[in-house]
Write a protein that binds this ligand. Structure first.
Ligand SMILES: [Zn+2]
Length: 143
């Protein structure tokens, strides 16, 4: 009896085509291609230093699932969208094109953002200095 082993590569074709990241096509090339924006929330990350510092490299199709260093698979993302996206991938029905994949990622990110807003809403509000008495010994020198 033989066991048939099939290798199924889930990596979409668009994520493994064209040139790979190289000295010729490096990170700066990608930042310019993506016009210094987060491809998910479309925020212009070039407006100030915090924006610049929040630019991260995101693999559209995660490396944890076999995504590679193809330019088509690497985008600029703000650190918030990148964290919200994590290693998640949209439903495979959205994998047909890079465009539908990115759109589906935006929806995943929005869902995760809403979930976290619900979870962390209690922390949004007055600043600690407005809540705690400045003479409170526990908080003195802490905030
Ligand atoms: Zn973003």
């Amino acid at each position: 009896m033989s066991i048939k082993k099939t290798l199924y590569s889930p990596v979409p074709d668009w994520a493994k085509s064209g040139p790979k990241k190289s000295s010729q096509y490096g990170w700066e090339w990608i930042v310019l291609r993506d016009i210094k924006r987060c491809v998910y929330c479309l925020k212009d990350l070039s407006v100030n230093i915090d924006g610049i510092l929040s630019i991260t490299q995101d693999h559209l199709f995660p490396t944890s699932l076999g995504g590679e260093e193809y330019l088509a698979n690497i985008v600029t993302a703000c650190i918030i969208c990148n964290r919200l996206k994590g290693h998640s991938t949209p439903d495979p029905k959205n994998w047909k094109s890079r465009k539908t994949y990115i759109q589906a990622c935006r929806e995943l990110i929005d869902i995760e953002r809403e979930a976290r807003i619900k979870r962390f809403k209690k922390y949004i509000g007055p600043r600690p200095s407005e809540v705690f008495d400045s003479k409170d010994s526990f908080h003195q020198g802490y905030l």
